[in-house]
Design a protein around this ligand. Structure first.
Ligand SMILES: [Zn+2]
Length: 138
């Protein structure tokens, strides 16, 4: 509000300078105002885009589902995902998990999520070693 009042005064001042024949000073003042105007427009544009991003995130969070390990996004006709729980909870990032033969892999943090359809996956030597390694760090 204060800025807007100052701007109004500055434009008036420029008019007065022109009226007084101080063209150089008036031109400089107008150039300065023009620069500020461009800066404000850029700021405004950035804020608008941030605002729409926030609105999108809020809208999206209403459609998110946690299956106990990973996140999914339920849209009208399809289910998107899965997405990494660690990356989302820690950084607010939706990182799509890469499907492997027995697990889903996150390229963001390197987490592994066992696939629900490979219930016997734990029986493989690879999975057993992995399980033991994980238990060492608990
Ligand atoms: Zn991750």
């Amino acid at each position: 509000m204060l800025t807007r009042m100052l701007k109004a005064q500055a434009f008036k001042q420029a008019q007065q300078l022109f009226a007084q024949g101080k063209v150089q000073e008036a031109t400089e003042l107008l150039e300065h105002l023009q620069e500020e105007y461009v800066t404000l427009c850029d700021e405004n544009k950035a804020l608008r885009s941030q605002l729409s991003e926030v609105a999108e995130v809020l809208d999206m969070s209403e459609h998110m589902e946690f299956d106990g390990q990973k996140y999914w996004i339920n849209e009208e006709n399809e289910r998107k995902g899965p997405f990494c729980q660690i990356c989302y909870d820690r950084d607010g990032l939706l990182i799509r998990l890469q499907e492997r033969s027995r697990h889903f892999l996150c390229h963001g943090c390197g987490s592994h999520y066992p696939r629900a359809d490979s219930a016997n996956g734990d029986a493989t030597p690879e999975a057993q070693v992995q399980k033991r390694v994980v238990s060492l760090f608990k």
